[in-house]
Design a protein around this ligand. Structure first.
Ligand code: ATP
Ligand code: MG
Length: 140
């Protein structure tokens, strides 16, 4: 597997509880390098665009309101097989189903307030990185 980049969000439930560093450490221990990082707060329009794929799901409104409720930390992670590796470190969407040692098992509060987002494929990783970061913010 080649070196990849993936996009990550440390979600409001985690920034609020001062878990940014603890979550970043999990990425680094797993061999993912944080090559870009910034703390922002999304507008509702940005959240609705970002989660557009879920617009028909019953939890869409709740998800977007949650994602704008506090600042988030958006990051680009780089490493061998980074997209799959990040999903592995994150754990299952529902913390009740997440494996021991994963971020969601350790930190998530519920299926909605689940501490992190990670891209699920090379195409979405590229789109999501470009949505939040300009070329100038990304060191080669
Ligand atoms: P993410 O896209 O955030 O990395 P994921 O790929 O594991 O998570 P998705 O199915 O893409 O999960 O869902 C996106 C997000 O929507 C979840 O991370 C969670 O915050 C929220 N979500 C998913 N299912 C539910 C649900 N049943 N009830 C409430 N919120 C949900
Ligand atoms: Mg997803």
């Amino acid at each position: 597997m080649a070196i990849q980049r993936t996009f990550s969000i440390i979600k409001p439930d985690a920034t609020k509880r001062n878990l940014t560093g603890a979550i970043a450490a999990k990425f680094e221990v797993a061999g993912l390098r944080i090559v870009a990082s910034k703390r922002i707060q999304m507008t509702l329009a940005q959240a609705e665009t970002f989660y557009g794929v879920h617009s028909e799901r019953p939890f869409f409104g709740e998800l977007c309101e949650f994602m704008i409720s506090e600042p988030i930390v958006v990051q680009v992670l780089e490493g061998e097989d980074a997209i799959a590796k990040n999903r592995e470190v994150m754990g299952a969407t529902n913390p009740a189903d997440a494996d021991e040692g994963t971020i969601r098992k350790e930190f998530a509060l519920s299926i909605g307030e689940n501490s992190v987002h990670g891209s699920d494929a090379p195409e979405t990783a590229a789109e999501e990185i470009a949505f939040f970061f300009s070329g100038l913010e990304l060191v080669g």
